[in-house]
Design a protein around this ligand. Structure first.
Ligand code: NAD
Ligand code: 4TP
Length: 344
């Protein structure tokens, strides 16, 4: 494994999903994959059982602190959770909710206290957590709340799906489609665009990132004939972003902005709702795209897929997106370290 100054922390995700499977698969192939060092926040027993089920000949070791990762390379290093984890693959259980959330909380604590370089989250099933009283739509919004608890400042989290040939940002995220027009405001688009531009520069090293802004309606509204939001809400947001120094342009008709030639013109596409952004990203590169949260005081990445309960424990889960998430987290952490050195 590649030496970086601090390891990553990888959360267990829903233990009944494919998080354990893909984590085990990457560990099994760690030498050939040149993985950054990492510790899993999860259940050593569950991971050992899942490895056995998958016929993966790996050892699992319980560690006390993240730094123990650096001195042992033989067994998958796991920081055990205080909450109990009992899970059968493919059978989500709300009794695991506390453990799932504990892993996320502790990952933030470890990263904010400087013991880990970045957080990589395995997928969670949101409905299970809602049943158990979880009050946030997903990781993205929960991580912003945890960041606030650490810093006493509000943070607006921005979801970006980063793929080999396409970065997309949904301005509205986990809301019903019918609520998109009412929640889409010029201010929200501007704030999302500013964070995207700033973090593409500071975390990805892209100088003066080009931000293509999608329209909401067919043909970006066809001059107002197919809807008013493109002219009344999105165009003023682009003007404001440009006034604040962001290299933004649009609104573009969403159906023609994702083909290969169009993608060469921008570094990220700012999209108006979840599926407008995530469909092209996942269609182009499902196994290589990473979900990352911008706008927070720590680095977080995640695979672009969900818990895939239908294939958990079967050996069919592709681990490419988790691999890409780990590598991107390590790359962003290294970039941040380099920038801090320059600033010293
Ligand atoms: N980062 C996250 O925590 C995250 C991301 C997306 C969805 N989810 C959650 O996951 C749950 C299930 O969501 P879904 O069914 O819409 O999406 P999903 O990504 O879990 O599954 C969609 C389909 O893709 C397949 N698939 C997914 N990942 C795969 C992989 N790595 N290898 C091979 N096949 C794979 C699944 O078997 C399934 O057929 C939901 O509760 C959702 O909220 C979580
Ligand atoms: N919207 C994401 C997707 O569909 O891939 C997913 O739900 C993950 O969201 P969080 O990272 O907020 O859990």
């Amino acid at each position: 494994m590649k030496a970086t100054s601090l390891p990553l922390v990888v959360t267990m995700g829903d233990p009944a999903g494919i998080g354990p499977d893909i984590t085990i698969d990457l560990w099994r192939r760690r030498a050939q994959l040149d993985l950054p060092p990492f510790a899993v926040l999860g259940s050593p027993t569950l991971l050992a059982e899942r490895a056995k089920l998958l016929n993966a000949e790996i050892a699992v070791s319980e560690i006390d602190q993240v730094s123990d990762v650096l001195s042992q390379a033989e067994a998958l290093p796991v920081l055990p959770l205080e909450n109990q984890v009992l899970a059968k693959p493919g059978k989500p259980d709300r009794n695991n909710a506390e453990a799932i959330l504990e892993a996320i909380r502790r990952a933030v604590d470890l990263t904010m206290s400087g013991k880990a370089a970045a957080i990589v989250t395995n997928p969670i099933a949101k409905a299970i957590l809602y049943d158990a009283g979880f009050g946030f739509p997903g990781h993205t919004e929960y991580l912003a709340e945890l960041a606030k608890q650490h810093t006493d400042e509000a943070h607006m989290p921005v979801m970006m799906l980063a793929g080999p040939d396409l970065n997309v940002v949904p301005v509205t995220i986990h809301i019903p489609l019918r609520k998109v027009p009412e929640q889409l405001t010029t201010d929200l688009i501007v704030e999302t665009g500013l964070t995207t531009s700033c973090d593409l520069e500071s975390r990805f090293g892209i100088s003066k990132p080009r931000i293509a802004v999608a329209g909401l309606n067919p043909h970006a509204g066809e001059s107002g004939s197919f809807g008013s939001e493109d002219l009344a809400i999105i165009a003023p947001a682009i003007a404001e972003m440009r006034a604040q120094g962001v290299n933004a342009f649009g609104p573009l008709p969403a159906d023609t902005m994702f083909h290969a030639e169009a993608r060469r013109d921008y570094d990220a596409a700012l999209c108006m709702y979840h599926d407008q952004a995530l469909i092209p990203a996942k269609a182009l590169a499902f196994n290589d795209t990473v979900n990352t949260t911008l706008g927070l005081p720590f680095i977080r990445t995640s695979p672009d897929h969900g818990t895939a309960f239908d294939i958990a424990g079967s050996g069919k889960a592709h681990s490419g997106s988790l691999l890409a998430a780990m590598k991107l987290a390590a790359r962003m952490a290294a970039h941040q370290r380099k920038q801090r050195h320059v600033g010293d």
